[in-house]
Design a protein around this ligand. Structure first.
Ligand code: FAD
Length: 383
């Protein structure tokens, strides 16, 4: 297995590093404190091509393979997970899903805006009463002539208040279980659609997370993405790739934790020598380093499988499970290296830990990833 990056991949990673150092790192703490990322960053991400990775140039995309996408995602995660999440959702869950399942008309209508950063997408699956059991949706889309009329509430929607379009999942037929679920592209300026910002998050504080309420929202039948009743498969295919993106973001968090811990350990002195000279500090740092490498290799394997057209969903769950738990461990170990200074936000470890924590929860909790992996190994569904 050749783990060396191609020239193009190396160049894209450098581009992302420079972008993150210039546009994100100097602002990340202020955005976290203000609970709002400067929205101008979306346009900048679009201009540099990061919102169009893997999408065909014909639709405004910037091409590239999934490994390049992971490299950029890792760098964004190293700089600020709030920004990384904006890309993972608007490009990873919405634009890429649209590119895979959309009609020609839908792709021409939405993709150029999403890939340029002119518009933002959000992914509306979770509901107040429906989280892990995602096929069991209460939101309903009822056919009325040439339209669908949608009623329901979506919860914890990343980019929710910023988005111009929601990739929305709703029950549209009486078919049992997830077979009755369909996917819709719903513009957020439709009458009857309202949004409320969810404040007080532990991490990802700069991100616009929202509750979205739909009351008699009327969309034409052309808003249906893919066939009626295929919505759950569409959501699961989006999340299978999305989990790789989350994993790559976690590698970025763990790498940032490693860089910060090594730097601080060399500077801080206790007992007459740098704390780097204490063996137990080296243990903390080496534990982080092993987590970084293992998470990165699992993530790159998923990208490689996708790029070679091979099955990847279970490997994506493994990468997401390991990388998210590793990011929490790594940030926590880094915080320990910083001692009391790790507990205040003038130093990076605390934010890394807060931002890492949600990675074990969304796009399928760690328990759900284990059930996906267990089902593949045993042939038995234990959901
Ligand atoms: P629940 O499903 O109620 O789970 C509670 C606990 O029970 C968890 O520990 C879970 O692992 C466990 N559990 C559940 N079922 C089982 C089982 N069968 N076996 C063992 N344990 C089980 N959703 C979107 O649709 N779009 C978004 O953009 C989005 N962004 C988010 C951003 C943030 C910051 C957050 C916090 C959430 C976001 N979510 C989003 C929602 C997220 O995907 C859900 O929170 C997640 O899927 C878990 O659902 P839940 O919170 O309802 O927890």
């Amino acid at each position: 297995m050749n783990l060396e990056l191609s020239e193009e991949q190396t160049a894209v990673r450098q581009l992302a590093r420079d972008f993150v150092e210039r546009e994100i790192v100097p602002n990340a703490v202020a955005w976290d404190r203000a609970e709002e990322v400067d929205r101008a960053i979306v346009k900048k991400l679009g201009e540099v091509g990061f919102l169009g990775l893997t999408v065909d140039e014909e639709y405004g995309g910037s091409g590239g393979d999934h490994l390049a996408y992971c490299l950029v995602t890792e760098e964004l995660g190293r700089g600020d997970s709030s920004v990384r999440g904006i890309v993972s959702v608007s490009l990873g869950l919405v634009a890429k899903t649209l590119a895979a399942w959309g009609s020609e008309e839908q792709k021409r209508r939405w993709l150029p805006g999403l890939t340029s950063g002119e518009s933002v997408g959000c992914f509306g699956l979770t509901e107040p009463g429906t989280g892990s059991d995602a096929g069991n949706l209460a939101t309903r889309a009822v056919r009325d002539g040439g339209d669908y009329v949608i009623n329901g509430t979506k919860m914890f929607i990343t980019n929710g208040t910023w988005a111009d379009v929601v990739l929305l999942f709703a029950r549209s037929t009486d078919a049992p279980g997830h077979k009755g679920v369909s996917a819709f592209l719903v513009p957020t300026d439709m009458p009857g659609l309202t949004r409320r910002t969810i404040h007080g998050k532990l991490g990802l504080r700069g991100q616009a997370t929202a509750e979205i309420v739909l009351e008699d929202v009327r969309v034409p039948a052309s808003a249906l993405l893919g066939e009626e009743g295929k919505g759950f498969s569409i959501a699961m295919s989006a999340l299978a790739k999305g989990r790789m993106s989350v994993a790559a973001g976690c590698v970025g968090i763990a790498q940032a934790a490693l860089d910060a811990a090594v730097r601080y350990a060399g500077e801080r002195e206790q007992f007459g020598k740098s704390i780097a000279q204490h063996q137990l500090i080296q243990e903390l740092i080496s534990d982080i380093a092993v987590d970084v490498d293992a998470a990165r290799l699992l993530t790159w394997r998923v990208a490689d499988l996708i790029d070679r057209g091979r099955p990847f969903a279970v490997e994506s769950s493994k990468a997401k499970l390991f990388a998210s738990e590793a990011a929490v461990r790594a940030a926590n170990n880094a915080l320990q290296v910083f001692g009391g200074y790790g507990y205040i936000d003038e130093y990076p470890a605390g934010k890394l830990l807060r931002d890492a924590r949600v990675m074990t929860l969304y796009e399928g909790t760690s328990q759900i990833q284990k059930l996906v992996i267990g089902r593949a190994l045993t042939g038995v569904s234990a959901f």
